[in-house]
Design a protein around this ligand. Sequence first.
Ligand code: NAD
Length: 474
Amino acid sequence: MKIAMVGTGYVGLPQGAVFANVGNKVICVDCLEDRINEIKKFCDGQTNKLPVHESGLNELVLRNYSSKSLDFTTDINYAVKESDLIFLCVGTPANGDGSVNTQYVLNVAKEVGNAMNYADDIYKMIVIKSTVPPGTAKEVSKVLKNTTNNNFDIISNPEFLAQGEAVSGSHKPDRIVIGLPKEKYFGSLKADSKSVELRETFRKLYAPFNMKGEDKVFFMTNEDAELHKYIANTYLAAQIAITNEAANLAKKVGANWRRLSAPFKYDHRIGSFIHPSTGFGGSCFPKDVKAIVKVFEKEGVESKVISKIIPANEYQKLILNQSLNEFYDSNLKDKTFSIWGLSFKAETNDTRESSAIEIIADLLKKGAKVKAYDPEGVPDMKLKLSERQDISDLLENIEFFSTYTHNSKYDALKQSDGLMVLTEWMEFRQPDFMEIKKLLKIPIILDGRDLFKPEQMKELGFNYICIGNENILQ
Ligand SMILES: NC(=O)c1ccc[n+]([C@@H]2O[C@H](COP(=O)([O-])OP(=O)(O)OC[C@H]3O[C@@H](n4cnc5c(N)ncnc54)[C@H](O)[C@@H]3O)[C@@H](O)[C@H]2O)c1
């Protein structure tokens, strides 16, 4: 199939490469010239990093670019003309009040509509992959009707990838949700030819990822698909919030969260997010939960549970800072703290809504200095911190270390008054503890990801503060 992916970010680039890899001809478009140039430089061997860090993505992009099944451009007219399916993968950030800003999606819809005017009697399938509130497919349809007389259908195909696993996840999706316009969805019951064609197209597109076991393709209406995506993220975010709150309680009553939560894995009704942390981040959970709360408000439906998830998560982000503050008798001024892990999770360079942002801002405001290391997330974190007005005059108190500047994680530890581990990168899971102890001024580790064994920490002589278990203070 001939496909255009509009928006070459964390969704559009991996998904475009995966579609190309199974035999489609894919053109990835972005309005950011720098981004397209960066990708092309990578493809031409002039750099070794893509703007999106995802495990397995570099190889996939290179292979499919070389075989000419994957191309990159800023020219949306060209991409639309050359493609039958146009995927909209642009951002849907939160407005100041938490509602969704769908402007990028609607702007792209207008550009696509205009681009479709290169001839008469054209038909395209416009696929919304961006996460959008219920009713957006209808708005996109209106925009297109106002810009072109050509024919189109609007399909909702929300994305469920987990960042860090975008490539492997896209090859093995757990479900594929396809929302059709309401009239086409019900039309299929009468074997309406257009709705049959739509279903067949998407069955064919996703066939390589739906070959074994149960059928994973679910057809529904656009509104169903739009809401499905929000509720899916809300379930996941709620579970993380419950885990974190329960782990805080476990710590208080002297229970051990790791021990007591292990059997949950064998109850299929309970999900897999049972590891406590300093809260969820990323571009999806925070934004999508805020958005669905706004939809509840707009529709006049009371939310007594879902509306509490974000406040609980904000509280959790500073849970380790509270412990650190207690450890140092509320005096963090002129102390230096090392942070390992800036990206919101492992295997991605994305730091959007990462708890590290709040943790660093809080430390700086309390007069502390920060030495921060991440293998991939430093450039993005620098950008995020530079956008924070409240700490703009404190940024000189943070020093960054990364593979980009050929530093190791140990370089960030010298003469520090403590180490906080905030991301579960593989390289943090079994570090050289003797080296850590030698480099730190005070041997204290704050574990925000439940990575280390309390008994081992005790044996090695560390003060160890984690979430869900009693502190080890020695
Ligand atoms: N990141 C994830 O893990 C994830 C997972 C599932 C769903 N989503 C959803 O997918 C959507 C995209 O997310 P993302 O993380 O890839 O965003 P992103 O910010 O990484 O990428 C969006 C890209 O769209 C480009 N863009 C914006 N306007 C454009 C235009 N007019 N023409 C061409 N390009 C344009 C931007 O330059 C940017 O490169 C969002 O709605 C998000 O909620 C994201």
